[in-house]
Design a protein around this ligand. Structure first.
Ligand SMILES: Nc1ncnc2c1ncn2[C@@H]1O[C@H](COP(=O)(O)OP(=O)(O)OP(=O)(O)O)[C@@H](O)[C@H]1O
Ligand SMILES: [Mg+2]
Length: 295
């Protein structure tokens, strides 16, 4: 059966007025133990690029001060879901979201919500380190300046962000030098420092280590575990060992081909404590993926 685009209606029986035409098999996902305190959640999240239904009916909760990993084969919609979490997908022409994404109970897609303000609370670190063509110092100071953050001492803020990103000792003597002079791993930690400089609540990371060597990867993983004390982290990774090492909870997605068009729509298969999902998955598709039989 084909997956039809969702349509919004205003039925009082549906909390958000959402009426979905759902493929019953695709709808099925195993939801295990959910976080006691969720900072964010997705509610019947469906994402489209033009007519293409990229992500189907995802319901997820992201726990406070937890690391949630999103894993699954290429094209199953991990980056799409991640980008929706801070409205970065708004920037893609033709992208459309249905359902809701709640941040502390507020739908970030509700009328009147400013996406720029959303991104101040929910920051993002990208796959490829992307420092600005500026000095190390100015990379950190840029965000607070642009948003007009009240700061007693910019020097202290820059130092604090670099310390929090475990980079201070390596760069404290060359703050005025170009960020491009840093190694890839240092650049990625600089990008993390830049993200936390504006004091977000949630940090989204899309394969933050895929361009890094094992030593730089391990530094970023250590950093993620440090940051978890103060932030809620949601990370997309292709590296299952990484998901198993760093995350508290894991969401496994897959892509289901439409029988007529062949288009592959992403859906959530299983969401649970990482330990349980990796040791005792409920769904055969999860088991096949984590045991390397698929994907
Ligand atoms: N900007 C876009 N325009 C149109 N389609 C897109 C766009 N970005 C992603 N898609 C499509 O949406 C689907 C999900 O893509 P997405 O990048 O979210 O997958 P992913 O799970 O992150 O994959 P990967 O592991 O390869 O990064 C794919 O079919 C992809 O081709
Ligand atoms: Mg991706």
């Amino acid at each position: 059966m084909s997956t039809q685009p969702a349509t919004a209606t205003t039925s009082p029986d549906e909390p958000l007025g959402i009426s979905l035409s759902i493929d019953e098999e695709a709808k099925h996902s195993v939801i295990g133990e959910v976080p006691a305190e969720a900072v964010m959640d997705t509610y019947h999240l469906n994402v489209f690029y033009g007519d293409f239904h990229a992500v189907h009916d995802v319901n997820l909760q992201f726990g406070k001060n937890e690391i949630t990993a999103m894993i699954g084969p290429s094209g199953c919609g991990k980056s799409t879901v991640l980008r929706c979490l801070n409205r970065m997908n708004d920037l893609i022409p033709g992208a459309r979201v249905e359902g809701a994404i709640n941040y502390h109970g507020q739908n970030i897609y509700a009328k009147g919500i400013d996406p720029i303000a959303v991104r101040q609370h929910i920051g993002m670190v990208f796959q490829k380190p992307n420092p600005f063509p500026k000095s190390i110092y100015d990379n950190i100071a840029y965000g607070p300046r642009v948003i007009g953050m009240k700061v007693d001492s910019m020097d202290d803020l820059v130092e604090g962000a670099l310390r929090d990103a475990a980079l201070w000792d390596e760069v404290k003597d060359k703050l005025k030098q170009s960020a491009f002079g840093l190694s890839g791993g240092q650049q990625q930690r600089l990008c993390i420092a830049r993200t936390i400089a504006t004091k977000p609540d949630v940090i989204l990371m899309d394969e933050p280590c895929s361009a890094l060597d094992p030593i730089a990867t391990s530094k970023v993983e250590d950093l993620m575990m440090q940051l978890r004390k103060d932030y809620t982290i949601i990370v997309v990774t292709h590296n299952m060992q990484q998901a198993a090492r760093v995350s508290d909870r894991t969401a496994f997605f897959t892509a289901k081909p439409d029988e007529t068009t062949g288009n592959r729509t992403g859906l959530l298969v299983e969401f649970d404590l990482t330990k349980r999902l990796f040791s005792n998955p409920e769904d055969k598709r999860t088991e096949d993926y984590i045991s390397g039989r698929f994907g």
